[in-house]
Design a binder for this molecule. Structure first.
Ligand SMILES: *[C@@H]1O[C@H](CO)[C@@H](O)[C@H](O)[C@H]1NC(C)=O
Ligand SMILES: *[C@@H]1O[C@H](CO)[C@@H](O)[C@H](O)[C@H]1NC(C)=O
Ligand SMILES: *[C@@H]1O[C@H](CO)[C@@H](O)[C@H](O)[C@H]1NC(C)=O
Ligand SMILES: *[C@@H]1O[C@H](CO)[C@@H](O)[C@H](O)[C@H]1NC(C)=O
Ligand SMILES: *[C@@H]1O[C@H](CO)[C@@H](O)[C@H](O)[C@H]1NC(C)=O
Length: 339
């Protein structure tokens, strides 16, 4: 992996893992516009085989990377979902969109800027959003920038509403809202997980677009490996705990300005983290629990990789691969996992 500096890892300002597949357009139709499949993965660091990570199993993304332009020196504009996403989707810096957290809407607070999907839409593309593409708005009604960016109403997986609910079986046999949440998919509400639903929806849309006269821009936003780490439990087996090292830099770096320290409050709210009885609110996470966090993060990356695999296989099966540009990126790295 091209090592970004450790202080950057601590600040979580990593990533921009972009693999863009560049296949030639279909023969004879060189001037036909290509479709675009934009895959956005929430909190994905370059913890991927294609970035030289020897532990991570990410065969599908690695294969995409092997026939793509792989960005080795890309950085997130901000280590928070909403500003980072709005930044790359509008092609403007967070200082321009005036979004540093989750709440303001650039069309109201900064300027009526076009987005990338909006630009495609205004140029004859059918634009579609599946899953978490824009960060959903909290205090206003600008969720997904609909209708400006999208030709059809954005899709959100119905099972996403269970992400933070008590669906993780603990050692006590009860269900908890845990950080570490390997599940039997047949046992969870609706018998599915959000990213699986998003893959199915995206494949359905691709099927519909196959016969469309217009080109398409399909954005698919996957939720994992964002916390909570709720994933099919079989992926945990890929990462036996004894094979999972601690982060190379598990301590707060000396001299880090307090403002740059992230105490991971979101993580500390989870029942299994609360059960650790951490002595001080911002106190260090015990090493064995750090290892479990990393294990589940890596498992989520592999789970996510299989979803990307299904999506890319569908593109092949539908014979859309040669007429579609595929780009895969993330909003920023996960702040609790370094490697
Ligand atoms: C693309 O190719 C098909 C089949 O060769 C042809 O019918 C169609 O007109 C072409 N489209 C353009 C825009 O040239
Ligand atoms: C913002 O731009 C869109 C088209 O890009 C336009 O439809 C809309 O009216 C504009 N809104 C304002 C407040 O100017
Ligand atoms: C936002 O949504 C709320 C609740 O659905 C509604 O009452 C309000 O009118 C909406 N505001 C705008 C500006 O659309
Ligand atoms: C765990 O590490 C051992 C020793 O390096 C290796 O033999 C084994 O294949 C690893 N297991 C997995 C699932 O990667
Ligand atoms: C945390 O505190 C509770 C209640 O005092 C206790 O039952 C539990 O064993 C403690 N957990 C740990 C990991 O020390």
């Amino acid at each position: 992996m091209p090592p970004p500096s450790r202080s950057l890892l601590w600040l979580g300002l990593v990533l921009g893992a972009v693999c863009a597949s560049r296949e030639p357009p279909a023969p004879g139709n060189a001037t036909d516009p290509l479709n675009v499949l934009l895959i956005i993965v929430d909190d994905l660091r370059p913890s991927l085989g294609c970035y030289g990570n020897k532990l991570i199993r990410s065969p599908n993304i690695d294969q995409l990377a092997s026939r793509s332009l792989l960005f080795q020196n890309a950085f997130a504009q901000q280590a928070v979902c909403a500003p980072s996403r709005v930044s790359f989707l509008t092609g403007r810096r967070p200082d321009t969109t005036r979004l540093y957290d989750f709440n303001s809407y650039w069309r109201v607070h900064a300027g009526n800027f076009s987005t990338i999907p909006q630009y495609f839409k205004e140029n004859g593309y059918v634009t579609m959003s599946v899953g978490k593409v824009f960060h959903p708005g909290i205090s206003s009604n600008h969720s997904d920038d609909s209708p400006y960016s999208w030709s059809v109403p954005p899709y959100h997986p119905s099972s996403e509403k269970y992400e933070n609910t008590k669906t993780c079986r603990g050692p006590d046999g009860e269900l908890h809202a845990n950080l570490l949440c390997p599940v039997d998919v047949v046992d969870v509400p609706e018998g599915t997980l959000p990213d699986m639903q998003s893959t199915e929806q995206a494949i359905q849309l691709l099927g519909k677009m196959k016969t469309s006269a217009s080109p398409f821009f399909l954005a698919v936003g996957y939720h994992k490996p964002h916390i909570p780490f709720r994933y099919p439990k079989e992926f945990q087996k890929l990462y036996p705990l004894e094979n999972v090292s601690l982060a190379p830099d598990p301590q707060v770096p000396a001299g880090l300005p307090l403002v740059a320290y992230n105490p991971w409050m979101d993580l500390r709210q989870r029942e299994d983290v609360q059960a650790l009885n951490l002595s001080v609110p911002y106190g260090p996470i015990p090493a064995d629990f750090q290892r479990k966090i990393r294990q589940s993060y890596f498992a989520c990356v592999s789970y996510l990789d299989t979803q990307v695999g299904h999506l890319l296989s569908a593109l092949d099966d539908l014979q859309l691969a040669s007429s579609t540009i595929v780009a895969l990126t993330s909003d920023h790295g996960n702040e609790v996992v370094s490697n």
